[in-house]
Write a protein that binds this ligand. Structure first.
Ligand code: ADP
Ligand code: MG
Length: 620
């Protein structure tokens, strides 16, 4: 019987293999541009037509190829970049697998024009479906041009699977962006259907950031750089208020190769934990340099994935570099009135928060976004001397941060919810008064550099949450006894839940007993919870807790702490006394993270004095 197995024709084998390397037009752009960088180009130009389907052309001024090399370059596994097993362990170029040119030649019509320094004329090769159709000589400065036409013309399945023109173009733009960011000393030009998308001179990394992402992004970035013997991390991290709606603005490089890494993504998210509003992501561009012998980039034909040795060390190091970078900078989300720069005014991420805006202007719509007279002069020095009535909450927070190793050294003074007037309440209105309640919802306070607006509900939520978490750890419940114990009847299932959570509820500060027959008696409630609503609060905490019922282990307590904080906190609409407001803010800045509530909503918005001055056209 004749054999049923046979070796595939090389053209067919190449087509199949090509599918792994060139999945879409953007992969071809990436491979060709990487070759240009590997050839030492100082200038790379990329031209695409119809999102790369009609044409992809990459022009460089690198070292070029001799005719002999040019012929070899299209063979599979033909490379000048590695030769020995040892080289494979020590890769310093972007390419090394010798597959890219062979792959594009298998699935497109390709033309190469290349000249080395030592030749007078350039070599031209025209290939179609792996076959050389033309071989000639032409004039060209040193360097290489590769033109790829009609990608996937002979692999209809692949061609039909391409996404919309817009998506494919976005993928290409992303590839070019990543490469251009990794090589600020190289000039890049990128043209799509005759439209110049990028035109970048050789520049510093900071300038390149601005060139690729705009001034606003560059200004929102903090430089970081730290090394150990094993690893160097440098680059830029975005201030938390310059947040992005998706992860795509996280750029990671390993030895100048753009990589995707869940591990690095996680380290960054961890570093920004509690600083970002839920569902937003930080902007980062981080460059890791590690001896290539300690990493493996040969994991996938696209070379985007890598394996690290000492992964957990790298994780910890990146986490601490980013954390330190953040710690050295002012983290309060500042609010800009102007459109165009500062915090984007348009998306309202840092708009005043609350169920209804209730006449309170929002950053998004309440103010004219561009002022006709807004002076664009150099900002004046930011630190106007502190007036005597200013509350130095932020300084308190700074000190507290420095003290984090011994958190017990700063103790909050007194309670927030006061049942008797305090000294602060007696302060005459006007002089000495530095906090105001607005619409029984927001607290305005003058701070050193401007004005701070605090959402009273989320601020209290943050305080109660941290206190509950602390109570779980050191069980020092802070209970206020009720004059008249409250008997509460629950449904059978709520009673069962209350029973299950009883020890934890007691730790938080609920002094309560189970009475049987679905009845509990509340004799005391946590301090800083308003007296009067006990029965509702317990019910609400149980309801809220149920919505998170998937919680297990330690998460149970966290979910309970969150439910408690959310339901026991003062609400929008609660009138606060002066003493309560001052205490609330003071306690807020003694928390670990005053700026974001446990659910990720902003707690504080700051308006810089500079911003007000600019708005009023004031130059001094
Ligand atoms: P690899 O980059 O993995 O070596 P490629 O198929 O991309 O494989 O390229 C094959 C070889 O062709 C490269 O090793 C390089 O020697 C040569 N080459 C490709 N593109 C260029 C270029 N733009 N300039 C100079 N040489 C190039
Ligand atoms: Mg290559």
């Amino acid at each position: 019987m004749a054999a049923t197995i046979h070796i595939l024709r090389p053209e067919l084998a190449n087509k199949i293999a090509a599918g792994e390397v060139i999945q879409r037009p953007a992969s071809a752009v990436k491979e060709l541009a990487e070759n240009a960088l590997d050839a030492g180009a100082e200038r790379v130009e990329i031209v695409v037509k119809d999102a790369g389907k009609a044409l992809i052309q990459v022009i460089d001024d690198g070292r070029g190829m001799s005719e002999e090399d040019a012929l070899l370059a299209f063979r599979r596994h033909a490379t000048s970049k590695i030769a020995t097993d040892d080289d494979l362990e020590n890769i310093r170029t972007l390419g090394f697998r010798g597959e890219a040119l062979a792959s594009v030649a298998a699935i497109a019509q390709v033309e190469l024009l290349t000249r080395t320094a030592g030749e007078d004329l350039a070599t031209r090769l025209r290939l179609e479906g792996d076959e050389i159709k033309e071989r000639s000589r032409d004039a060209r400065p040193q360097g290489t041009t590769v033109s790829v036409r009609n990608l996937f013309y002979n692999t209809p399945a692949r061609r039909n699977f391409l996404k919309t023109r817009q998506t494919e173009l976005k993928n290409i733009t992303d590839v070019v962006t990543r490469l251009a960011l990794s090589s600020p000393s190289v000039a890049w030009k990128y043209v799509s259907d005759d439209e110049v998308m990028l035109d970048l001179k050789p520049e510093s990394l900071a300038e390149r950031l601005a060139g690729l992402f705009g001034r606003k992004a560059a200004d929102a970035c903090i430089p970081v750089r730290e090394s150990t013997e094993f690893l160097t991390v440098d680059g830029f991290i975005g201030r938390p208020d310059f947040s992005r709606k998706s992860r795509t603005d996280q750029y990671f490089y390993l030895n100048h190769r753009s990589i995707v890494s869940r591990m690095l993504g996680h380290a960054v998210l961890k570093a920004y934990e509690h600083l970002m509003i839920h569902g937003t992501f930080p902007f980062v561009a981080l460059f890791l340099s590690i001896d290539p012998r300690h990493v493996d980039v040969n994991v996938h034909p696209s070379k985007m994935e890598v394996k690290f040795e000492r992964e957990s060390d790298i994780y910890r190091f990146v986490l601490s570099v980013v954390r330190r970078g953040l710690a050295q900078h002012d983290l309060i989300p500042a609010m800009g009135f102007r459109g165009g720069d500062g915090i984007p005014a348009g998306d309202g991420r840092f708009a005043f928060h609350g169920p209804s805006t209730d006449g309170v202007p929002t950053a998004a719509g309440g103010f004219p976004s561009v002022l006709p007279f807004a002076p664009r002069t150099v900002p004046e020095p930011f630190g106007t001397p502190a007036a005597p009535t200013i509350l130095n909450f932020e300084e308190l927070f700074q000190r507290r941060q420095e003290d984090l190793t011994t958190p017990e050294t700063v103790k909050p003074a007194g309670r927030i919810i006061q049942h008797t007037p305090s000294a602060a309440d007696a302060a005459p209105a006007g002089e000495g008064r530095a906090v105001w309640q607005v619409h029984n919802k927001y607290i305005l306070a003058q701070v050193r550099n401007g004005l701070m607006i605090v959402d009273q509900h989320v601020a209290h939520e943050r305080i109660l949450y941290e206190r509950a978490v602390a109570n779980f750890e050191n069980s020092l419940p802070w209970t206020q006894q009720l004059l008249f114990p409250e008997t509460v009847e629950l449904s059978a299932s709520d009673y069962a839940l209350a029973k299950e959570l009883l020890p934890d509820l007691q730790r938080i500060g609920f002094d309560m007993k189970l009475f049987g027959r679905n009845t509990v008696v509340i004799e005391g409630i946590p301090a800083d919870v308003r007296i009067g609503g006990e029965r509702h609060i317990l019910q609400e905490i149980l309801d809220e807790y149920r919505t998170n019922e998937h919680a297990t282990g330690n998460e149970v307590r966290d979910a309970l702490a969150k439910s408690f904080a959310c339901k026991a906190a003062i609400k929008a609409g609660d009138k606060l006394t002066m003493g309560e407001m001052v205490a609330l803010i003071e306690h807020l800045f003694l928390t670990k993270m005053p700026y974001v509530c446990p659910h990720g909503r902003p707690v504080v918005v700051k308006i810089a004095l500079e911003e007000l001055d600019r708005r009023f056209g004031r130059t001094s």
